[in-house]
Design a binder for this molecule. Structure first.
Ligand SMILES: [Cu+2]
Length: 205
């Protein structure tokens, strides 16, 4: 057969060689691009869907209230000696780096110490880092429910007549302006990294 169709045979070999060259070129073009986010992309996560708490002004809040803004959520407590102040100071630096874009970001601090963190205490503590930040509280049951939904762990340690600390998860969750949970930021992340990721979300990434 092939001897009767030598030109076709030659053509098909040429075509195959061309196809191979094309495939190699396409492979080169398909080298994974730089990831858009430096934080952990958790888009599509099946948790962190519900939040109904009271902010430090006494207003009931849900995630839907912040549509159109990037929302960051951190769980902690005002008497925390190090982790929480570090996280909040980091977020205030993020806001400084964002400049005017900071107005499109809502930083939320949810107390895991509802027995000691009164609304008044949260109202005093949280805005120190940035007056736009919101502290949130609820009953111990409500906080436990929200923390569970966000897969956040917390536990009292050294419970002596109120003199206790609380071990707690220290990552930050980030929602995009459409209210979808998108990123998990590890504790003590570089504020420049967080600011860049927030900018990407604000740009519709
Ligand atoms: Cu803490």
């Amino acid at each position: 057969m092939s001897s009767r169709f030598p030109s076709t045979f030659r053509f098909s070999r040429l075509a195959r060689a061309a196809a191979t060259t094309l495939a190699v070129a396409l492979l080169a073009a398909c080298t994974p691009p730089e990831p858009v986010f430096r934080s952990t992309d958790i888009t599509g996560a099946e948790y962190g869907k519900t939040l109904q708490l009271t902010d430090h002004h006494g207003q009931t809040r849900t995630l839907a209230d912040f549509k159109g803004k990037v929302v960051t959520i951190f769980f902690g407590y005002t008497q925390c000696p190090d982790v929480c102040p570090t996280a909040l100071a980091g977020m205030s630096e993020v806001m400084r780096q964002l400049g005017p874009d900071g107005d499109k970001v809502q930083v939320i601090f949810i107390t895991v110490d509802p027995e000691r963190d009164t609304p008044a205490l949260l109202a005093e503590y949280v805005p120190v880092f940035d007056k736009r930040f919101l502290g949130m509280y609820g009953t111990p049951d409500k906080i436990a429910e929200v923390a569970k939904d966000f897969r956040v762990f917390y536990r009292k340690s050294g419970d002596l007549a109120g003199h206790y600390t609380i071990d707690h998860s220290a990552g930050t969750y980030v929602f995009d302006p459409q209210g979808r949970l998108r990123l998990y930021v590890k504790h003590a992340e570089d504020p420049a990294v967080i600011a860049a990721d927030i900018k990407a979300l604000l740009a519709g990434k």
